[in-house]
Design a protein around this ligand. Structure first.
Ligand code: FEO
Length: 397
């Protein structure tokens, strides 16, 4: 069902309650998602973004109930990724000459995916498109999170269409930020930031400051996923500035995998020591072969320090440890400490190799880590608790 945002702007997107994995298998979406498309009806009509390809016919059918497709004067493609451009082929088969306003990079990404020579109009930051009483201003936002991304600002209605920026994977009927549980909303917004935007934090800060300097009155932020920020939209902007600035909470995450429980016992003993030394810190133990990887990245993003553990297997570490270390590396997180641990029976390379990966990922190593030969006995377990106490103490220095 379409929904009115303002007298001139209608949401014509798709709420995807079934979505549990996004970006292939990369991103868990426990609360589903939505692909937000917006129809602006002024003297001229403009459509901002479309929805993911599996829903293209449903989307075009719904759009026809809102407007004669031939009366859409402009299509705005803020971003070429398939979750927003995927219904263009179905739509353009009906209105093939309608101009598509987008960045030069979006022409490349859209043509590269659909191989169609549609009527593209390339726009740059500051270019405007008059719709009658209102006007769109385009703001390029490269690498937030693709090179082709842009935001569009609608004067008069004072709406920033921010595409993936400020989005969350959160399916709701209600559509607006003030109608849902706030802790759930910010949990999803943070998870989205942690997993999609963290590598581009420098650009996030720069773009927000640039938009602030434009002095545009912003009453509403309409992202391309999840809830629309109509109540106090500056709050999520402030959160983004904090998340982009080496964000950390008073949390330590212990991310480990284990074959026969020796490394798990090490993780639990270290956690016990941390808890003995610091009653305030939140400690999370996350088995990387059992926990969802998107949720682990979210916990790492929240943490001031992490410990990564794996036994030594075939002169290396376990598969799930390799996977999570690669994800962590790609996030380019700043301002975080780390250490490695693991059990071994003979060669014992895992700790050294994990240390190397943590260093590559930009983490500051607290020390050389902790290796345990075979299974920790009570003596070693106490040494692990002591290691945990020292780890917590060093973070408090
Ligand atoms: Fe929601 Fe980058 O697409």
């Amino acid at each position: 069902m379409s929904k009115k945002i303002t007298s001139k702007v209608t949401w014509v997107g798709k709420t995807d309650w079934e979505l549990k994995k996004f970006h292939g298998d990369e991103f868990s979406t426990h609360r589903g998602s939505s692909y937000n498309s917006y129809l602006i009806k002024d003297k001229k009509a403009a459509l901002i973004d479309t929805v993911w390809m599996p829903y293209d016919k449903e989307f075009v059918g719904k759009l026809k109930k809102e407007i004669d497709l031939n009366k859409i004067d402009f299509i705005i493609a803020n971003h070429g990724e398939v979750d927003h451009s995927g219904s263009l082929p179905a739509l353009m088969s009906e209105i093939p000459n309608t101009p598509i306003y987008c960045t030069a990079n979006a022409v490349k990404s859209i043509k590269g995916q659909y191989h169609k020579d549609w009527n593209f109009v390339v726009v740059k930051t500051g270019d405007k498109l008059n719709l009658g009483d209102t006007e769109l201003t385009f703001i390029e936002a490269p690498m937030l999170h693709w090179p082709d991304t842009m935001f569009s600002y609608l004067s008069g209605e004072n709406i920033l269409f921010s595409n993936d920026g400020f989005g969350q994977h959160f399916a709701t009927e209600s559509l607006f930020n003030d109608t849902v549980d706030q802790s759930q909303l910010y949990e999803e917004a943070l998870k989205y930031y942690a997993n999609i935007l963290t590598p581009f934090s420098v650009m996030v800060t720069k773009k927000i400051k640039e938009i602030m300097q434009m002095n545009l009155p912003i009453d509403t932020i309409c992202p391309s996923h999840g809830l629309i920020w109509r109540e106090n939209p500056i709050e999520i902007v402030k959160k983004y500035l904090a998340w982009a600035d080496g964000y950390k909470e008073n949390q330590i995450s212990i991310v480990y995998d284990t074959m026969w429980n020796s490394t798990r016992k090490m993780a639990e003993a270290i956690a016990c020591g941390i808890e003995q030394a610091d009653k305030e810190v939140t400690i999370k133990l996350l088995n990387s072969s059992k926990f969802d990887k998107t949720d682990i990245i979210t916990e790492v993003f929240r943490s001031k320090a992490i410990l990564v553990g794996s036994p030594t297997v075939n002169n290396g570490y376990l598969y799930s440890t390799a996977g999570i270390l690669e994800l962590i590396r790609g996030m380019k997180m700043k301002n975080k400490y780390a250490a490695a641990f693991g059990s071994y029976g003979w060669s014992g390379e895992s700790v050294k190799m994990i240390n190397e990966e943590l260093t590559k990922a930009g983490f500051t190593l607290i020390d050389e880590g902790f290796k345990t030969l075979w299974t920790p006995d009570e003596d070693v377990t106490e040494k692990l608790r002591e290691y945990g106490r020292n780890f917590a103490a060093k973070l408090q220095e």
